[in-house]
Ligand binder design. Structure first.
Ligand SMILES: C[S@@+](CC[C@H](N)C(=O)[O-])C[C@H]1O[C@@H](n2cnc3c(N)ncnc32)[C@H](O)[C@@H]1O
Length: 197
């Protein structure tokens, strides 16, 4: 399973945000929704081998981990507004979607849980090792920061476990763009493996 963690320091933790103002009232819920779209959708289908955990650290009740699973999502479409609407419903515990899970969990607790399941971590950072020199493991956890980046304290915490800090180059991309590039690299790698079988 390809897993992504997005640290979203401002993403709100209550359903009281407006779908007409995802950046403001949602605490950059637009960024969150774009990352979810890029993590879970391809053209005309969902990526059933992928999930994304959003660590929402905004008001009023942080932290909350919102996990979305490509193999279980139902009736969600890949536009930002629809994704945000489902997050709103899940935060209100109004309508259950089998592919969306909401938990009162911190970033570090989530990492510990994924460590206990035997996962390897890649920390995405402009100053990491060039991805071209890294033999990416497919079933891993990719950790990304939001518009401000991953807090140093959280990066140090992940670095206590099996990990590698990797870079897509010195250009600072949007977190959602990084997810697309990672999928592309992993897809390319797995199609080469299949062709070589
Ligand atoms: C918009 S960037 C944050 C930029 C922020 N100013 C910083 O210094 O971290 C959002 C996240 O995307 C990832 N990212 C952006 N560009 C990257 C790159 N060239 N290589 C690896 N990760 C990158 C990082 O995880 C980063 O925290």
């Amino acid at each position: 399973m390809r897993q992504f963690i997005l640290y979203a320091r401002k993403a709100v933790t209550s359903p009281d945000f407006s779908l007409d103002d995802l950046p403001g009232s949602g605490g950059r819920m637009d960024l969150v929704a774009r990352c979810i779209c890029n993590a879970l959708w391809i053209s005309h289908d969902l990526r059933r081998d992928s999930c994304i955990h959003v660590v929402a650290c905004g008001s009023p009740n942080p932290p909350v981990v919102i996990s979305l699973y490509g193999d279980r999502l139902r009736n969600v479409s890949p536009d930002e507004r629809n994704i945000a609407a489902w997050i709103k419903k899940a935060l209100a515990s109004k309508r259950r979607n089998p592919g969306i899970n909401i938990r009162k969990l911190s970033f570090q607790q989530l990492v510990e849980e994924l460590v206990s399941e035997g996962n390897f971590f890649y920390i995405l950072h402009e100053q990491g090792r060039d991805i071209a020199r890294v033999k990416l493991k497919d079933d891993s956890v990719f950790v990304l920061g939001d518009h401000i980046g991953l807090p140093g304290e959280e990066e140090k915490f992940v670095a206590r476990f099996e990990h590698e800090k990797i870079s897509l180059g010195t250009t600072s991309y949007l977190a959602s763009q990084c997810i697309t590039v990672l999928h592309y690299e992993l897809d390319k790698k797995s199609s080469i493996c299949i062709a070589g079988e």
